[in-house]
Write a protein that binds this ligand. Structure first.
Ligand SMILES: Cc1cc2nc3c(=O)[nH]c(=O)nc-3n(C[C@H](O)[C@H](O)[C@H](O)COP(=O)(O)O)c2cc1C
Length: 188
């Protein structure tokens, strides 16, 4: 039976939702999974990658950057990741990919160009639209919240963004990624 390691980094929880959906689809294929929110673990606690048939890594993007935990993991474990790249999936969750026509730009700017520098070429990559949670009591607070509201009003033309969840995640695209990953494992 195949076993897949699922790792993610999130600041506001959006990528966790994506990771959970990918995990569900993979499990439905009869493949076992282990999932880690990298923020909750010491990197040494993540088992050797050779114990798995495949690895999926996902991260949210803020000011063009991955989460610190994903950056650290990829840098520290790059030799193992290079060995695993034929069954390595990598995705980002970001604002740029909320616009379908900009998905390839997001893949290039936030995945390919960054991983190329480390010599890692995952077999499967994708960029998913993100979310901005402006409901009361959400993790988006202070100045960041004000900036997001300003962008939504001025750039997106949304009149009253406050109090709402603005979710641009495309669940069909996310499921498709998980299906394609399942196919990779069959080939390997
Ligand atoms: C302060 C802030 C900065 C952001 N910067 C970027 C960015 O540079 N590029 C981008 O594509 N998306 C950007 N986003 C959108 C996030 O990637 C999106 O909200 C995503 O859902 C966050 O994922 P997370 O909740 O898993 O951290 C930004 C969002 C916030 C709140």
């Amino acid at each position: 039976m195949n076993k897949v390691l699922i790792l993610y980094g999130t600041r506001y929880g959006t990528t966790k939702g994506i990771s959970d959906e990918i995990e569900k689809v993979i499990q439905e294929k009869g493949i076992s999974t282990e999932s880690y929110n990298l923020k909750e673990y010491n990197l040494k606690e993540i088992p050797p990658l050779e114990e798995y048939d495949g690895v999926i890594i996902g991260t949210g993007i803020k000011i063009k950057r991955w989460t610190k935990v994903v950056k650290k993991f990829v840098q520290k474990r790059k030799t193992e990741l290079k060995k695993r790249q034929s069954t390595l999936g990598f995705y980002v969750c970001c604002g740029v990919a909320s616009k379908k026509s900009d998905i390839s730009k997001a893949i290039n700017d936030y995945i390919t160009s960054k991983l190329q520098k480390l010599g890692i070429q995952p077999a499967l990559v994708d960029a998913f639209g993100g979310a901005y949670d402006l409901t009361e009591g959400s993790a988006l607070t202070g100045l960041t919240r004000k900036i997001v509201i300003g962008i939504m009003k001025n750039e997106e033309g949304i009149e009253n963004p406050e109090g709402k969840m603005h979710d641009y995640r495309d669940w069909e695209q996310i499921k498709d990624f998980a299906h394609k990953f399942g196919e990779l494992l069959k080939k390997d």
